[in-house]
Unconditional design. Structure first.
Length: 765
């Protein structure tokens, strides 16, 4: 009979214990063990060390043991686990956002911190997966560290991949989503023809054939990757963008009439005599807000009419559930995935000119200093007098262009509309000044404007012009959102605030340290406070670094979010704020409309409980972030497509970001960033000063800092990896040296980086 040895409560033979025996030893020990500890506890000879380690690694690969820093092992079920959504950031860093919640000391539930996942602890997780994570001892900065134990649910059951090359009967492919770093070996037998290199395929992953290779079967071909429609479809797939509406939702929308009848506004205030107008972009198709301004003896009366979406979208209906799930409309350069079916968003709820439409209206009095006075709210019916664009308002009111003014006069109520717009401009300027005086931050960053040819291919990207015509409507919407939030707060009704906390002190200090290396250094305070941000933005206004500094300041800000508690809105310097003015495209506004109806004694349906309201807020915050991520990815994709045929051309730009592997440059010619890598800066060593955001050449003493202007040449564009590689057109003399020199021994400020050719990993109010 084999001699037996004890291991705590367990028993082992002279042979190495099986998996169950090893796990029992860890559970009995009730503490982490090193490899030598396991040998000692099991009374095993040193010659068994290599085999024991192999068995421990096998258990770790199966997710039953965890190997911690320092070679310490622990049973996976002995550490705390969290369920969450695995996500990969643009720089390659991976985090898990918990879906479970804990209660704060105040009794309110607050989300767990995001959990950092080191590259070696990712397991089989893909971006978007629901995973179970073990929390490891220690923290990475402010984030706890974890290891993915298992994938509970794939975020994507189908993937878009681009064909790299044929591989025998298969095709070697790479995922089109740069956050997925594995390769895919695809069988295309089910396609009507063999795909070509560069073609985008929709595939179903099947099994993992190697550590970084999956097998898959092709289901369909999207087409060539230079097609903008293909790129949009790809981004929608990557971000789980909702597409077709379910039949029941479409049936509910189709059951409504094309226009409201008199019986629907019997108890509403008739505002059709007032010359309300809508002012939107030229390509807009859904008009959910209309404005009217009346001059008073001591100020103005602002009236804003908002489409009464909640008259049609009732709580618990298929329309309501679908709108809540979508959270918001998703906008793309050549298409939109609306929150509501077109019969409502572009039809019955759209405030088209010369059409009767049901609205919820707000009326707010302002004195000559822009201070709000008495406010009234109600349900009504309007008939928009004109559909105007921002550019029409600019030309007719700001530029006083005769032809533009004549065009307004030709509308059915042209004289009334023109005089009303002139008063609207005066009120908007007063409101803008009042907001500035109270400390509101204006991140007036230009949006990209995409130019397509007749075939739908991207031709150019330019900065969309912004002027006071845009600001006019924004000021009115902000003022009404505040008025509604104040009213609902006074009535103590549950609704969703739009909260925007102050930036954290550490992030604020980091921003001001970075700005100390720019031309703004003399204007910076010795001890930065959040309220100093406005002075910084004002100082940068109109200068060459305005957009860059605006973006840096914006990155310092926490993300605005929806929540049932009022924490104020730092960016707008508003003590009480909500979203009310866009119920066609934002579900949070639908919630505010229902609360307002309840406050006015109108039929609004059931009021959500606090728990339900918090669940809605969490859903809307997730969907908003997903839509913004999709928008950013689409911008990067179109940037690579716009530049792919311009390799070798020269571009000037501004350094917009500095890292230890190079620096990003935003081009003057278009709002697109490219990367200059340290590998392309010649034979020099570079110190990376993180605080000052600088790369400093040890030999050449050249400095590359944030905000610095540089001349570059487009070296390479990779659409699949969404990478734009730039090279400087001129290098300093020492930087052009090749081989033979040895840099002096230096002590790096933060990190010394050799030009190793290392590649990086792939707000709204």
């Amino acid at each position: 009979m084999a001699k037996k040895r004890r291991c705590g409560a367990g028993v082992a033979t002279d042979a190495l214990p099986d998996a169950g025996g090893l796990l029992e030893c860890f559970r009995t020990a009730q503490r982490p063990l090193r490899l030598d500890d396991v040998l000692r506890v099991l009374h095993l000879p040193r010659r068994d060390k290599r085999e024991l380690e192999a068995r421990l690694r096998a258990l770790a690969d199966a997710g039953r043991l965890l190997r911690l820093r320092g070679g310490v092992w622990v049973a996976a079920d002995a550490v705390r686990t969290v369920t969450g959504r695995y996500g990969v950031q643009r720089n390659g860093a991976a985090f898990v956002t918990p879906v479970e919640e804990k209660r704060s000391r105040s009794g309110n539930r607050a989300p767990e911190s995001d959990i950092f996942i080191p590259p070696a602890q990712v397991g089989d997780a893909w971006h978007g997966d629901l995973v179970r994570v073990a929390l490891l001892p220690g923290r990475r900065g402010k984030s706890p560290e974890g290891r993915v134990l298992e994938v509970l649910e794939r975020g994507q059951t189908e993937l878009a991949v681009h064909v790299v090359r044929p591989e025998g009967a298969f095709f070697f492919c790479k995922p089109a989503d740069p956050r997925l770093t594995f390769s895919v070996l695809v069988s295309a037998d089910g396609l009507p023809r063999r795909p070509g290199v560069g073609e985008l395929l929709l595939v179903t992953p099947e099994e993992r054939s190697a550590s970084d290779v999956w097998r898959a079967t092709a289901r369909a071909s999207f087409g060539r990757e230079d097609d903008v429609a293909v790129q949009e479809r790809l981004v929608k797939l990557n971000h789980q963008t909702p597409l077709e509406f379910p039949p029941r939702v479409l049936a509910e929308a189709a059951a409504f009439p094309t226009d409201p009848g008199p019986e629907e506004w019997r108890d509403r205030e008739d505002l059709r005599a007032l010359p309300f107008v809508t002012i939107d972009g030229a390509s807009a198709r859904d008009f959910d807000d209309a404005v009217h301004v009346e001059r008073l003896s001591e100020g103005w009366l602002l009236r804003v009419a908002i489409a009464d979406v909640t008259h049609y979208v009732r709580p618990g209906s298929a329309l309501d559930r679908e709108a809540s799930e979508r959270g918001n409309s998703w906008y793309f350069p050549a298409s939109v995935e609306p929150m509501l079916p077109e019969a409502l968003s572009n039809g019955l709820c759209s405030l088209k000119p010369d059409a009767d439409r049901l609205v919820m209206w707000a009326e707010v009095a302002f004195d000559t200093a822009g201070t709000p006075g008495h406010a009234r709210f109600g349900a009504g019916v309007i008939r928009s007098a004109a559909r105007l664009t921002y550019d029409q308002v600019r030309r007719a009111i700001l530029d006083r262009d005769a032809a533009a003014r004549d065009a307004v006069m030709e509308t059915p109520r042209g004289a009334d509309v023109l005089s009303m717009l002139e008063e609207a401009e005066r009120l908007a300027r007063v409101l803008a000044q009042a907001r500035a005086d109270r400390g509101s931050l204006d991140f007036d960053l230009p949006e990209p404007e995409y130019i397509f040819d007749d075939a739908g291919r991207i031709q150019n990207i330019r900065r969309k012009e912004r002027h006071f015509g845009h600001r006019l409507i924004e000021e009115f919407m902000i003022a009404v959102n505040e008025a509604v939030a104040r009213f609902l707060e006074q009535k103590r009704l549950p609704f969703l605030y739009r909260a925007h906390p102050e930036p954290e002190a550490a992030r604020l200090e980091g921003l001001f340290r970075t700005l100390a290396s720019t031309s703004l250094a003399p204007a910076l305070p010795a001890r930065p406070r959040a309220r100093d941000l406005r002075a910084v933005l004002r100082e940068a206004h109109g200068g060459p670094q305005e957009f860059l500094i605006g973006r840096l300041a914006l990155r310092t800000m926490p993300q605005a979010r929806y929540q049932p508690e009022n924490e104020g809105h730092f960016g707008l310097a508003s003590a009480c704020y909500c979203h009310f003015t866009s119920p066609i495209r934002r579900y949070a506004d639908v919630i505010a409309h229902r609360a307002l109806k309840r406050a006015l004694g109108l039929d609004s349906g059931p009021i959500p409980t606090e728990h339900k309201l918090r669940m809605i807020a969490d859903q809307l915050n997730r969907r908003e972030r997903a839509a913004m991520d999709a928008e950013r990815e689409m911008a990067r994709r179109l940037g690579t497509l716009a530049l792919r045929d311009r390799v070798g051309e020269s571009f000037e730009g501004v350094i917009s970001g500095v890292t230890d592997f190079g620096f990003f440059v935003e081009l003057d010619a278009m709002p697109v960033e490219g990367m200059v890598r340290i590998a392309d800066l010649g034979d020099d060593y570079f110190e990376y000063d993180q605080e000052r955001q600088e790369l400093i050449g040890v030999v050449s003493a050249v400095r590359y800092r944030l905000g610095q202007r540089v001349k570059t040449r487009l070296a390479e564009v990779n659409v699949g990896r969404l990478e734009i590689t730039l090279a400087l057109t001129e290098l300093p003399p020492a930087g052009r040296r090749r081989g033979g020199f040895r840099p002096p021994a230096v002590r790096p400020r933060r990190r010394e980086t050799r030009n190793s050719g290392r590649r990086p990993g792939g707000r709204r109010n």
